[in-house]
Design a protein around this ligand. Structure first.
Ligand code: ATP
Ligand code: MG
Length: 352
């Protein structure tokens, strides 16, 4: 089983624009935490590109390094972790080499992140309005009254009803969906060129999820922002993303245009991941197949391919178990796979 149809090709006809200019380029990013004997590598040599007006989806099991990749890119790795290597080019400027003050300025103004947990990202003791106004005033010399007017506009923009009144609410007075939208308002307040949305809808019910995602898509279309969508939901990936990167154990396993990843899958991990979670075309009653075993502990990764112990193609094969594959282009295209045996998926002979 190699092809997983989502209808992605037809839904995206005319939307594929590999020519749009890159706004964010992450090159060979690695992040480590100190370990008992040697550093633990949490983000391992990750490279990816986000283009203007496009969405890159980042998928992978829990703990695969999705959040940490982008915390690293923003210079926000929690202590005692640190970025050990790599570049994060925002319109050509390496964020990781900027003085801290300049990095803080660009974070928010040029690249913003909506964090995974909306409640802990809002301060319970300040009103929603105060928190948006704070963002506006921290970055530009605007008076309180005009910042308040702008905050109301932003709340309106993210479809908070009755924003003139709700601006003075505290976070606990907002519903989950409203809190998520307030965070989006804060993230777009300064007109960033890249917006990173980390599981923006996980805590929300399906209807509100759709509203938040449509809102993000509208904002992207209007402003030409590049967007990163970190998600477990393949339906959202198929619907909203142009390109996809699949992470496992802090490494990129497969990367490429949406239709390539879904319909010409060339990594056994992607095949297994897609079989383990529902997606758009999953017929009712289809059995989802959980991936056997657990992701490895980053403290002790297998010596070869990190997925080898769970892999239907590579388990027990000596090259997979001993030699680490590299993420390499398939036949010179922009579709890349990090697997010694991707050709076996291409031939259609292999399957889980
Ligand atoms: N503060 C920390 N100190 C040490 N290790 C950490 C820290 N935060 C996360 N990690 C480790 O980094 C790895 C990647 O975590 P990350 O939060 O990026 O995963 P994720 O893909 O975002 O998962 P999820 O889907 O659950 O959000 C995990 O092994 C995790 O245990
Ligand atoms: Mg995460």
């Amino acid at each position: 089983m190699t092809a997983i149809s989502t209808g992605a090709t037809s839904a995206h006809a005319g939307r594929l624009s590999q020519t749009a200019a890159p706004v964010l380029e992450i090159r060979n990013l690695s992040t480590v935490f100190p370990g008992a004997t040697r550093p633990t590598v949490i983000v391992d040599d990750i490279s990816l590109t986000v283009r203007r007006g496009e969405t890159l989806a980042v998928v992978g099991e829990s703990g695969s390094g999705k959040t940490m990749t982008f915390l690293s890119a923003l210079g926000l790795v929690p202590h005692p972790g640190r970025v050990a290597a790599g570049e994060v080019l925002l319109n050509g400027t390496d964020l990781l080499r900027l003085p801290p003050e300049e990095l803080r300025r660009r974070r928010g103004a040029e690249i913003a992140m909506v964090f995974q947990d909306p409640l802990s990202s809002l301060n319970p003791v300040f009103t929603i309005g105060d928190q948006i106004i704070e963002v506006l005033r921290a970055h530009a010399a605007v008076g309180r009254a005009s910042a308040r007017r702008r905050a109301i506009e932003l709340l309106e923009r993210v479809h908070i009803p009755d924003p003139h009144r709700r601006i003075d609410d505290y976070p606990h007075q907002f519903s989950g969906g409203m809190r998520q939208r307030a965070l989006i308002a804060m993230a777009i307040a300064l007109g960033p060129k890249v917006l990173i949305a980390d599981e923006p809808t996980t805590a929300l019910d399906v209807t509100v999820q759709a509203q938040v995602l449509e809102l993000l898509a509208d904002l992207k279309a209007e402003s030409g922002m590049g967007m990163v969508l970190i998600t477990h939901d393949l339906g959202l990936v198929a619907r909203y993303a142009e390109t996809v990167v699949v992470l496992y154990a802090g490494r990129a396993m497969e990367r490429g245009p949406l239709d390539a990843i879904f319909e010409r899958t060339r990594h056994p991990y992607t095949v297994s991941l897609f079989r383990s979670i529902p997606h758009l075309d999953t017929p009712a009653g289809t059995d989802l197949t959980p991936i056997e075993g657990q992701p490895p502990n980053p403290i002790s990764l297998p010596p070869g391919c990190a997925f080898e112990p769970r892999c239907f193609l590579g388990k027990g094969r000596s090259d997979c178990a001993t030699r680490r594959p590299l993420l390499e282009p398939i036949d010179g295209t922009d579709h890349l796979s990090c697997c010694w045996h991707w050709r076996e998926l291409a031939s259609g002979r292999a399957g889980p």
